[in-house]
Design a protein around this ligand. Structure first.
Ligand code: SF4
Length: 75
């Protein structure tokens, strides 16, 4: 299985299943985004970007990562 990506307007969340230790920290603490019983299991629009980033930083294995998108310039 390879790394999968999930995007909202502000960030891309990536998930590497090889690294995941199934600690369930993400699914227990932010279940609107990380859901065991749903495919796809990550809903990047399930909570605010800041909440998602905060949760990703708690992933003990490093399986979850994120990249912020560059802001569009307004003219
Ligand atoms: S917090 Fe990280 S290690 Fe734990 S289940 Fe979620 S992705 Fe896997």
């Amino acid at each position: 299985m390879k790394t999968t990506e999930y995007r909202n307007n502000e960030i891309t969340i990536s998930y590497c299943p090889f690294k995941c230790t199934q600690s369930d920290v993400c699914t227990e603490e932010l279940s609107n985004v990380f859901q065991n019983s749903v495919i796809p299991w990550i809903d990047p629009n399930g909570s605010s970007t800041e909440s998602i980033i905060k949760q990703i930083k708690k992933c003990p294995s490093g399986a979850l990562m994120y990249k912020r998108h560059k802001k569009e310039m307004a003219y």
